[in-house]
Design a protein around this ligand. Structure first.
Ligand code: PHE
Length: 443
C-alpha cells in the first residue's frame, strides 16, 4: 500500500492503514463555529464562560491529537469501544481527531497556569445521521483544582473548599439528587488521595456551579420564547433538573446532569472528581478538583429552539442573521421547511451473522459490518442534504443465515426544495457506494 502524506492547516501528517477520515470531515476544521462572531455556538460558549470569572479560556487548541492525549492519558482501557475505528476518526495509528475536549486535560493541568480553565473546541465522532447528531460538534471542558499545599491557606482544605462554595451565587430551585455523593461500589472515593469531606465539598462546588449555568440558560431560553403565541408562562412546566450517577474512566465519583425538556430527560453534561492519576502524571500531585464536559450544540438547540443540528453549519444568511443582536437572546424563526424525500435501500450484508442489534440498536456484525459506515457513506454522498438515516427492517434468512437490512433515508435541504432528479441521483450514488465500499449485495 501507498499511503499519502497529508497537510492539514500547514501541519504535515503521515497516514497509514488506520486512516479513515474523509475529506469532507477535514474540510470542516477551518470553520471554528465556536469562534464565529454571533454564531449561536459562539454565543452559547460566551454565555457559559460568563459564569466562570477568573478562569483561563482556551478556544483555539488544534483538533488533531495523539491517541495518548485522547485516550491513554485519561485511563481509557486498551479495549474501550471508543478507540475503535468505527467510532473515531484516525489519521494514522497514533493520531486522531479529538473525540472530546478532555483530550486536553492533562496538558492543561501540566501547564498549571491557573486553578480553573475552560476549553471550547470542535470534536469529531462517527455516529448516526439524524437531527441531533452530526460528525462534528462542539464541547466545552471545564476544570477547577485546589492545591493541598496552598501556602496562603490557614484552614483545612475541606474548609477552604466550603468557603469557596459559600462564595458562589445561590439559587432557589429544587434539584433532585437522590444518590449519595460517594457509593463504594458504583461511584467510589479515591480514598488514597481524598477524604470524604473534601469530595463532599468539591461535589457541592461543582454541582452548584453547573446548576447556576443551566438555570441561567433555561431562563434566557424561556424569556426568548415568551411570545403571545406561546402558552402563558403559568401553564408551562417548571424547569426540572436531576443529578444521576455516571461513569467515566477519568473521574470518580462521576455524575450527569439531566434536564426535563418536552417530557424527556436530556443529558446535558458529564462531570466528576478528577482522577488523581491524571493530575500526578501532569506533575500536579498536590492538586485535586473537578472537571465537566458539556455539548454546546445541545445547549444551543434548547436555548435558541433550533430544530436541526445541520443548521449550525449553514452559510445561509437567513439563519445566521437571526443571532446577530448582541447580548439579546432570540428564538430561532425557522425558514420554511422544505419537503422530505424518503427513499429506502435494502441489501444483504456480506457474510453471515447471528442476530444482532435489532431495530434502532447498533448494528455491529462480526463480519466487519458497522452501521456507522452506512452513515458515513450517506454523509459523503449527500452532505447536508441528508437529514436522517434509520434502520427500518432487519432479518436473517432462515436457511442461509444471511442478514438483510433496510435503511430509510430522508433527503431534505434546509435551504430549498430538492428536485426529483436530484434526490434520485443522490440515492443511486448512495446505493452504488454501499456496494463498492461495504461489499453489500443490493436486493
Ligand atoms: N469527556 C466526556 C464526554 O465527552 C465528558 C466529561 C468531561 C466527563 C469531564 C467528566 C469530566 O462524554
Amino acid at each position: 500500500h501507498n499511503f499519502k502524506d497529508i497537510t492539514i492547516e500547514g501541519r504535515p501528517y503521515k497516514t497509514d492503514s488506520w486512516m479513515n477520515t474523509p475529506a469532507s470531515i477535514l474540510s470542516s476544521i477551518p470553520r471554528r463555529l465556536h469562534l464565529q462572531p454571533d454564531h449561536p455556538i459562539s454565543l452559547t460558549r460566551q454565555l457559559i464562560e460568563s459564569h466562570f470569572p477568573g478562569f483561563t479560556y482556551h478556544n483555539d487548541l488544534f483538533p488533531i491529537v495523539s491517541v495518548a492525549q485522547n485516550f491513554d492519558s485519561l485511563n481509557f482501557p486498551p479495549d474501550h469501544p471508543g478507540r475503535s475505528r468505527t467510532d473515531t476518526y484516525y489519521i494514522n495509528r497514533d493520531t486522531v481527531l479529538r473525540t472530546h475536549t478532555s483530550a486536553h486535560q492533562a496538558d492543561t493541568f501540566r501547564a498549571n497556569e491557573n486553578s480553573g480553565f475552560l476549553i471550547s473546541a470542535d470534536v469529531y465522532r462517527r455516529d448516526a445521521v439524524d437531527r441531533s447528531h452530526y460528525p462534528v460538534f462542539h464541547q466545552m471542558e471545564g476544570a477547577k483544582t485546589w492545591n493541598r499545599n496552598d501556602p496562603t491557606s490557614h484552614s483545612t482544605l475541606a474548609a477552604q473548599i466550603w468557603a469557596d462554595v459559600a462564595a458562589l451565587p445561590t439559587h432557589s430551585m429544587q434539584v433532585s439528587d437522590p444518590s449519595p455523593t460517594i457509593d463504594p461500589e458504583h461511584n467510589p472515593l479515591q480514598s488514597a488521595h481524598h477524604t470524604a469531606e473534601e469530595v463532599e465539598a468539591m461535589a457541592a462546588h461543582l454541582k452548584r456551579s453547573l446548576e447556576n449555568v443551566v438555570i441561567s440558560i433555561f431562563t434566557a431560553a424561556r424569556a426568548a420564547s415568551a411570545s403571545p403565541s406561546d402558552q402563558p408562562p403559568q401553564d408551562r412546566e417548571p424547569l426540572q433538573m436531576r443529578w444521576v450517577t455516571a461513569y467515566f474512566p477519568f473521574t470518580s465519583p462521576s455524575w450527569e446532569l439531566e434536564v426535563l425538556w418536552q417530557d424527556t430527560w436530556l443529558e446535558v453534561l458529564g462531570c466528576g472528581i478528577i482522577s488523581h492519576s491524571i493530575l500526578s502524571a501532569a506533575d500536579q500531585p498536590s492538586r485535586l478538583g473537578w472537571a465537566f464536559g458539556v455539548g454546546l450544540e445541545r445547549i444551543a438547540m434548547l436555548l435558541f429552539s433550533i430544530p436541526d443540528i445541520r443548521l449550525f453549519w449553514s452559510k445561509d444568511p437567513r439563519f445566521l442573521s437571526q443571532f446577530s443582536a448582541a447580548g439579546e437572546m432570540k428564538r430561532f424563526v425557522p425558514f420554511s421547511k422544505h419537503p422530505a424525500c424518503f427513499k429506502d435501500v435494502s441489501f444483504w450484508v456480506k457474510g453471515t451473522s447471528s442476530a444482532a442489534g435489532g431495530l434502532g440498536g447498533s448494528v455491529s456484525g462480526e463480519g466487519g459490518f458497522h452501521e456507522n459506515d452506512v452513515m458515513e457513506i450517506a454523509r459523503d454522498v449527500a452532505g447536508d442534504l441528508v437529514e436522517d438515516v434509520r434502520l427500518v427492517d432487519e432479518f436473517s434468512h432462515p436457511k442461509t443465515g444471511r442478514r438483510s437490512l433496510c435503511y430509510r433515508v430522508n433527503y431534505r435541504s434546509l435551504e430549498r426544495t430538492l428536485t426529483n432528479v436530484e434526490s434520485n441521483e443522490l440515492h443511486e450514488r448512495f446505493r452504488q457506494q454501499l456496494v463498492e465500499r461495504l461489499g453489500v449485495e443490493l436486493r
